[in-house]
Design a protein around this ligand. Structure first.
Ligand code: GLN
Length: 473
């Protein structure tokens, strides 16, 4: 078996047994990437030299000793590019420090392989908003990989990475995982440090793993989770031993089926796969309970006020002076700001900045931003009420399988609406995972993966992983 098709946990055993070396894994991935990534477009940059050096010196007794990980290109790693899929940071910016997750990966013995493509500043659901490169779905090259962590999902799905990290503000780990047929976990808000993640919407962003198995997701989450003095929103609470929790099964658990997540607009084949997965969990001993999350229909409007509002503030740092792009020969300071931003940002990022600035402006703040915050509270309460009745919730991740590249290109609203099933978890701060649960045949004969979304209460990643492990095909 080639090493690139393997998993973190299987490779770890082989490494410890001395059957392979960490450099062998890097070499194998390097040849897979050289042979196939020109077709997929998962990576924006590679650090093979650094990876080989780290692999050669890796301490195999550490939890991720010698195991290569790919990083989404919005997570800082000292000395490496961090483009965020944007022209703004394409040149002129090299990370001057490690993000906390990057440092934790290194401390756990991991090898950093390369940096994956993404929607510009993580704004999108298809990776088509990357200003730098197209990423194709490895299961069907004419279709999107999902987004915004599309490069990470595609790399793992195509065996060009063993595992990767992504970020999820409104679904950006779970949705590409669902479209590419891999596992993607969004931790609870505050479980993983955001220090060194280029901020999109600070009250929603979380970093999490994209892997081939639930076991690997547990391994990777273990390495990155836990308190961090550099991020005051990262919670100082104990991190359970996730690998230990995994095998405990779902017998006796109550699993909620929210009726609002199975209604109009959900592809019938997607619904059928998710319902079949729920039935399998019932057979494994769980009780299925119909629940209601009544404010679900307001999630899209709420998110698309709060996220752009926070983005408009976070992205003000890209002024042409401090980071990356700087306009040539500015007439004055204002011209420097305006032209650097005009030339550096793509259309979706500009749309978000304009929307965000509008909803925060005096006169509109109360009507939009402050009302959205109130609805956010109602959405959070929906989940609190639901978790009074059930241990976890089962839903589809995306209303339909991966669409064709270029479809709905001039219809951002269609794209926003497709986020309906993932946004709630971010607005409520709870954890969620996407696990492959089947596939749908396309008209061209390809098999398009479908993900089961499992949602669990704030900080209940152990529950999430238990259900995910039991649901894994
Ligand atoms: N698709 C959503 C958006 O465009 C979520 C993106 C994300 O999670 N980073 O904002």
């Amino acid at each position: 078996m080639s090493l690139s098709t393997s998993t973190l946990s299987a490779l770890r055993k082989q490494l410890v047994a001395g059957e392979i070396t960490a450099v062998d894994i890097v070499d194998d991935l390097a040849s897979a990437i050289a042979a196939r990534d020109s077709d997929i477009g998962a990576y924006l940059s590679l650090d093979l030299e650094g990876a080989r050096a780290a692999a050669a010196g890796a301490d195999l007794s550490l939890p991720l000793g010698g195991l290569p990980i790919a990083l989404k290109d919005n997570i800082n790693a000292l000395g490496q590019p961090c483009t965020c899929g944007s022209r703004f940071l394409e040149t002129g910016y090299t990370a001057p420090y490690d993000a906390t997750v990057t440092r934790r990966l290194r401390d756990a013995g991991a090898v950093l392989l390369g940096r994956t493509n993404m929607d510009e500043f993580a704004m999108g659901s298809a990776t088509e908003n990357s200003a730098l490169q197209l990423t194709r779905n490895p299961r069907d090259r004419e279709r999107i990989a999902g987004g915004s962590s599309g490069g990470s999902a595609a790399a793992v799905a195509a065996d060009l990475a063993i595992a990767a990290l992504g970020s999820d503000t409104g679904g950006s780990i779970r949705q590409p995982a669902s479209h590419c047929g891999v596992v993607g976990l969004k931790p609870s808000y505050g479980r993983v440090s955001r220090y060194g993640l280029v901020a999109f919407a600070s009250s929603l962003d979380q970093i999490g793993p994209l892997t081939k198995t639930v076991e690997d997701a547990a391994l990777l989450l273990q390495a990155i989770a836990g308190p961090d003095i550099r991020d005051s929103t990262c919670l100082d609470v104990p991190v359970p031993d996730y690998s230990e929790e995994l095998g405990k099964g779902v017998a006796g658990m109550r699993l909620g089926i929210p009726k609002e997540y199975f209604g109009e607009g959900i592809d019938p084949q997607v619904r059928a796969h998710v319902e079949a997965a729920a039935k399998r969990l019932e057979t494994a001993g769980a009780e299925l309970v119909e629940i209601s999350l009544p404010h679900t229909e307001h999630a899209v409007a709420t998110y698309y006020i709060i996220a752009p509002a926070e983005a408009s503030s976070n992205l003000s740092r890209f002024d042409g002076i401090r980071y990356g792009k700087r306009a040539e020969a500015p007439a004055d300071l204002l011209d420097l700001y305006c032209r650097s931003r005009e030339e550096g940002f793509g259309p979706e990022v500009k749309r978000r900045i304009i929307l965000g600035t509008y909803v925060l402006s005096s006169g509109y703040y109360d009507a939009y931003y402050s009302r959205a915050q109130k609805v956010r509270t109602l959405i959070r309460k929906d989940f609190e009420t639901a978790f009074g009745q059930v241990d976890a919730i089962l839903t589809p991740v995306a209303p339909a399988p991966a669409r064709k590249l270029g479809e709905f290109a001039d219809d951002p609203l269609h794209e926003y609406l497709s986020d309906i099933l993932t946004l709630g978890a971010n607005l409520a701060g709870i954890c969620g995972i996407s696990v492959p649960c089947g596939s749908v045949a396309s008209e061209s004969g390809t098999q398009l993966p479908v993900g089961l979304q499992i949602l669990a209460p704030h900080l209940a990643e152990a529950t999430l992983l238990r259900v995910a492990k039991a649901a894994e095909l």
